[in-house]
Design a protein around this ligand. Structure first.
Ligand code: F6P
Length: 358
């Protein structure tokens, strides 16, 4: 009888490669290097005030936000571990306006890495979960020297891997290489990420939503309608009560949704009409959308799948709705006016506006 043993991330990648002979060593090494970066960040976060890593460092980042000390530390961890390994042609980070070119002394590789080293960083000082998010693309053929912005402007459907680390009560790495979603928990004794949550699936139905309700006066009509219907509960058109959560760390919301379902919304709103949304397409929306779809959920701008958006700039913002498929479909239908196939047909009859007899 075979001994059952929990797989480490390295063993998992080797087994995946045996199944898909086109995957290469340098891809595995890239994932393992990202995991090393996440372990180092996890450790810095765990030491917290003891290591003097709390607070801001006085710098305003490319997003116009105060940079936290851990933003800068984590960014350097990601860069220094990945720049020397020979797997990458270039990097994009939330913390850097410019693309990051691989220094001349190091070999170049065929992948592009986009990342947000710490998502939700204003939560660090209050000891609430934060995370790192990453997306891997293939560099276009022929990129031998410096990468250009254009090389990164590929739709999310072209990602070869995406995922996040969550630094919560335990540290987890949640990863897709395009073949489902697997969750690994960091064993603080051995330092290994262990496969604890194989083939995660997001339930299609949910009764839990996440949105920053303080922006409600700026929401567009489809979001106002959706939230109003949820709040009406059992007595309203949805016929069921909803629960609400808002951690203000997108990774933490995504992880909750991966584990038990739910829907997350950071839609476009009227605060600044020139902004398409709050979150970033390349290193926030795309990898989370890849995880959602690979786990049976869905991610949308409201009008189209996130993974189909052709990016126009590396730090582009986007409206982001993700989670349980039926709810995201419903939200999309409220934006487009089209009834989605995953929902019962009389969708529009639920609401007085569309009800045949009010
Ligand atoms: O990336 C930015 C971020 O911190 C997300 O993790 C989070 O969902 C969002 O901003 C919170 O925004 P707000 O402070 O507007 O609620």
């Amino acid at each position: 009888m075979p001994l059952t043993q929990k797989l480490t991330l390295a063993q998992f990648l080797i087994e995946e490669r045996q199944r898909h002979s086109d995957a290469a060593d340098d891809f595995d090494n890239l994932i393992l290097n990202i995991a090393v970066a996440c372990k180092q960040i996890s450790r810095a976060i765990a030491f917290g005030a003891l290591a003097g890593v709390h607070g801001t460092d006085g710098v305003v980042n490319v997003q116009g936000e105060q940079q936290q000390k851990l933003d800068a530390i984590s960014n350097n961890v990601f860069l220094s571990i990945n720049e020397r390994a020979g797997n990458l042609a270039g990097m994009v980070s939330e913390e850097m306006e410019a693309l990051y070119q691989i220094p001349e002394q190091y070999p170049r590789g065929k992948y592009l890495l986009s990342f947000d080293p710490i998502d939700g960083s204003t939560n660090i000082d209050v000891n609430v979960s934060v995370g790192s998010i990453f997306s891997i693309l293939r560099a276009p053929e022929g990129v031998v020297d410096a990468v250009t912005e254009n090389d990164f402007l590929q739709p999310g459907s072209k990602q070869v891997a995406g995922g996040y680390a969550i630094y919560g009560p335990s540290t987890m790495l949640v990863l897709t290489v395009g073949n489902g979603v697997n969750g690994f928990t960091l064993d603080p004794d051995s330092g290994d990420f262990i496969l604890t949550h194989p083939q995660l699936r997001i339930p299609a139905k949910t009764q839990e939503f996440a949105i920053n309700a303080s922006n409600s006066r700026f929401w567009e009509p489809p979001i106002k309608r959706y939230i109003a219907e949820c709040l009406e509960g059992e007595a309203g058109p949805r016929g069921k009560n909803f629960n609400m959560r808002w951690v203000a760390s997108m990774v933490a919301e995504a992880h909750r949704i991966v584990m038990r379902g739910g829907v997350f919304m950071y839609p476009r709103d009227g605060r600044d009409p020139s902004r398409a949304g709050r979150l970033r397409l390349l290193y926030e929306a795309n990898p989370i959308a890849f995880i959602m779809e690979q786990a049976g959920g869905y991610a949308s701008t409201g009008t189209q799948p996130i993974l189909s958006v052709q990016p126009s700039a590396v730090h582009q913002r986007i409206a982001l709705i993700f989670g349980s498929k039926e709810e995201v479909d419903r939200l999309e239908s409220y934006h487009t006016g089209q009834s989605p196939s995953s929902l019962p047909d009389p969708l529009f009859r639920e609401r007085s506006l569309f009800r045949e007899s009010a």
